[in-house]
Ligand binder design. Sequence first.
Ligand SMILES: NC(=O)C1=CN([C@@H]2O[C@H](COP(=O)(O)OP(=O)(O)OC[C@H]3O[C@@H](n4cnc5c(N)ncnc54)[C@H](OP(=O)(O)O)[C@@H]3O)[C@@H](O)[C@H]2O)[C@@H](O)CC1
Ligand SMILES: Nc1ncnc2c1ncn2[C@@H]1O[C@H](COP(=O)(O)OP(=O)(O)O)[C@@H](O)[C@H]1O
Ligand SMILES: [K+]
Length: 487
Amino acid sequence: MQALYLTSSLRKLEQQYASEPLMERAGHAVATLARTLLAEGHNRILVVAGPGNNGGDAFVAARYLKAWWHEVTVVFAGQRASLPPDAAHAYDGWLECGGEVLNTWPETGAWQLAIDGLFGIGLQRPLTGEMADLVARINALSLPMLAIDIPSGLAADTGVILGTAVRATHTITFLGRKPGLYTLDGPDHAGKVHVDLLGLPPLPEADGTLLDAPFTLPARRRLNSHKGSNGSAGVIGGAASMTGAALLTARAALLLGAGRVYAGLLDPAAPALDADYPELMLRDADQLPTVHALAVGPGMGRSPQAYAALQQALANPAPLVLDADALNLLAADADLQHRLAERASGSVVITPHPGEAATLLATDTASLQADRIASALALAERYQAIALLKGCGTVVATPDGRWWINASGNPGLGSAGMGDTLTGIIVALAAQSLPLLESTLLAAYLHGAAADAAVAHGQGPVGLTATEVMLSARRLLNRWLSTAHAG
Ligand SMILES: NC(=O)C1=CN([C@@H]2O[C@H](COP(=O)(O)OP(=O)(O)OC[C@H]3O[C@@H](n4cnc5c(N)ncnc54)[C@H](OP(=O)(O)O)[C@@H]3O)[C@@H](O)[C@H]2O)[C@@H](O)CC1
Ligand SMILES: Nc1ncnc2c1ncn2[C@@H]1O[C@H](COP(=O)(O)OP(=O)(O)O)[C@@H](O)[C@H]1O
Ligand SMILES: [K+]
């Protein structure tokens, strides 16, 4: 797990250490990494420098690379007179070592690496006109591309593209990881992220946390354990023509270790048996026994029966996962919201995708996605529940203001049934007595990591199925458990 920092915190750190030669160190770090990205025998580097301190870093990097005998072309999108002081100093340093500055894009240049120092964390408004053209030219180069601090055009706090953005193969980011590198459009633009602290100690308090490892696991199973000690999970959903969703959740709960799994199906014509998984106990939605953790929503629809089932579930003290139509019903009904508010804080997790989340916050999807961290925090606050906002870089937030971004997963997860699977993993872990927040965080990471492992085995991203993801998740969880409990 890695710390994530918002721009406001990084700015404070910069001010605190204003007397340190941070730009010099930044440029040196860029040059050092750039060298390693050049293929054997390659030497020609394009550096694009912008009008602020990100451009200053670029000039310092250019100077080092030239000193190390590389052929460096610098394109500068700014005016010397308008540069901030450190960047102006870096510009002068580049000229003093014999470097040249081009103010227009050169006709030809057989570069072998490009360095993007156009904009960093100071970007405030969308790139347009000449700046946007420059980004288009950079992106048209089919080269390894190293972005300085953050790909130019990407908003550091949100991962939103401001107009247009550089697509880098590598990003070297300073002082701390920015959340925008890991959510929404960040991962498509950042490539591999490298961090350099510029010689400073890390900030004592992170703003958020990156989920990039299985940081917590269910307890080791005693040899003398039985299905009763592994917890029972319940799933309510599966209205007519959507029973598959509830069965997927139930199967995931079974495969991820719940001792008993009951599925309460709303479709009166639902089968009495899941033929592939006869281990599952299928019941009518209102006939579930007491369970240790309950998931409500997959394939549930919004019928009066679905409403009643949700109302009943909210009165159940077991840890609760609300997904899919349970969220749409909740968003539309004050009584359900009241019942949710009456529950112990932290005993419910809501798992909306951006469309459901927008409904829950009475906004539109674009506004919701414009700041996924703020949206997840708003959901957690508004519903006094753990909120898991799905999508590339899933964000988890708690009512007390903590947040996490999940680093695992891939576009193979973009097919029906993947959300149902996630819900099943959460409820399985919660049934096995892992606290609900830990269950949610581990499930988010495991679900994505399972998809990554499946892709590594050639099962995706195209055509990856939810069933493959849950089988992969079972393998991974067992591997993590055996490593953690070895010896
Ligand atoms: N400070 C430090 O200690 C350290 C900082 N470091 C480095 O500095 C970076 C931050 O530098 P920064 O704050 O100067 O901002 P930066 O990202 O270069 O951009 C600002 C410039 O862009 C301009 N501009 C903005 N939007 C625009 C648009 N749409 N279209 C056109 N222009 C636009 C804006 O103009 P203005 O808005 O003022 O008109 C201003 O000129 C940081 O990411 C890291 O790389 C490291 O060296 C470590 C130590
Ligand atoms: N590009 C992606 N990168 C990472 N995770 C993704 C991506 N696309 C989808 N996912 C994940 O897949 C799941 C899809 O859930 P959801 O939209 O509810 O679908 P479903 O219709 O299967 O219920 C979520 O956990 C989401 O975060
Ligand atoms: K940049």
